[in-house]
Design a protein around this ligand. Structure first.
Ligand code: SF4
Length: 319
């Protein structure tokens, strides 16, 4: 069976062995972040929709989970902002009702949590991972380039309300962009907002692979440590570079198609692919050479190595 809405399992830095569910078409988001690994947003909107019949991801999940895979999380993420999907609540409820052994996570930019129906949809999840990178509209707009009408005060209010209603864990991502949200004023604003949101964890993240804009640079470990110290909030941690457990995720079937699907979603190094697939480097190199000969890959040298990415085109989510 070809999967259109499921991807992975992948070894995620934050969530371990994670099966992804993608409920929005590429690339549909409320933001167009300068650091987005998926590429530029082509459909920027705040309008929630049922982009696909809810039965499509449900059938795929039932099929995949019938094999009782070993997973740390089933995670809503993928080609944009998952809370834009009107199906998300129903699918989370199905998972918690029929597959209670699996923990459910939602990776969201948090921009729609001021809407009561979005908060209600996420209530049965186990972990929600929203993002907050600035409380200042000017910086916020520069980083996230949001759809019209989204402002940080509204997002902070939505997150605070969600905290009051939600029994699960909130792991708040603060995406650090040196020179943009690292000034004393920015960090003071974040500290105050985080105090209102009261997340269980605060995860400082930074660019780990090529983002949308060339000029965005990552924060180094020292800088992240300094920021954690300035924030001075318990539960703050840095998300270090990817450390996949070797061979932890062993996909089956057409490995070339699997690798291509990975590279369509986000840029990866040879080491990333090795760790996720468990294949030998020489074997992966063979696939990468083939894709390069077909002229479907771009490469980019970064601090962490050479990243491979499928040339700009809509994501084909079949694996
Ligand atoms: S990083 Fe997340 S919120 Fe930002 S544009 Fe990409 S998918 Fe949307």
């Amino acid at each position: 069976m070809e999967y259109t809405h499921l991807f992975g399992p992948v070894c995620s830095r934050r969530l371990g062995r994670s099966l992804g569910i993608d409920l929005v078409p590429f690339k549909t988001c409320t933001f167009d972040c300068i650091y987005c690994e998926c590429g530029a947003t082509t459909h920027k909107t705040i309008q929630r929709e049922e982009f696909f019949p809810v039965s499509e991801p449900e059938v795929e999940l039932i099929r995949f989970l019938s094999g009782e895979p070993d997973l740390d999380f089933i995670t809503f993420s993928g080609s944009g902002e998952p809370t834009l999907s009107l199906s998300i609540g129903e699918i989370i409820r199905l998972l918690k009702r029929d597959y209670p052994a699996y923990r459910v996570a939602v990776l969201t930019n948090g921009s729609l949590l001021h809407m009561p129906d979005v908060r209600a949809d996420l209530l049965p999840a186990d972990v929600v991972l929203p993002t907050l990178s600035s409380t200042f509209p000017k910086t916020f707009n520069r980083i996230h380039r949001p759809a019209g009408g989204l402002i940080p005060a509204q997002i902070i209010e939505g997150l605070s309300r969600f905290r009051q209603e939600f029994d699960g864990e909130i792991w708040l991502e603060v995406f650090i962009i040196p020179g943009l949200n690292t000034t004393p004023d920015e960090l003071d604003g974040l500290r105050d907002a985080i105090g209102r949101i009261r997340p269980d964890r605060i995860q400082l993240n930074t660019l780990d692979r090529p983002g949308t804009e060339e000029w965005v640079r990552p924060a180094d470990t020292d800088e992240l440590g300094r920021i954690a110290k300035v924030l001075g909030l318990p539960g703050t941690e840095s998300i270090e570079s990817v450390r996949y457990a070797p061979g932890a995720s062993i996909p089956t079937g057409d490995m070339g198609a699997y690798i291509l699907a990975m590279l369509k979603r986000r840029p990866c190094t040879l080491e990333d692919i090795t760790a996720v697939t468990g294949l030998r480097r020489t074997e992966i190199s063979k696939y990468l050479r083939q894709f390069e000969e077909m002229r479907i890959l771009d490469t980019k040298k970064e601090d962490r190595g050479v990243f491979y990415r499928v040339r700009d085109q809509p994501v084909d989510t079949s694996e």
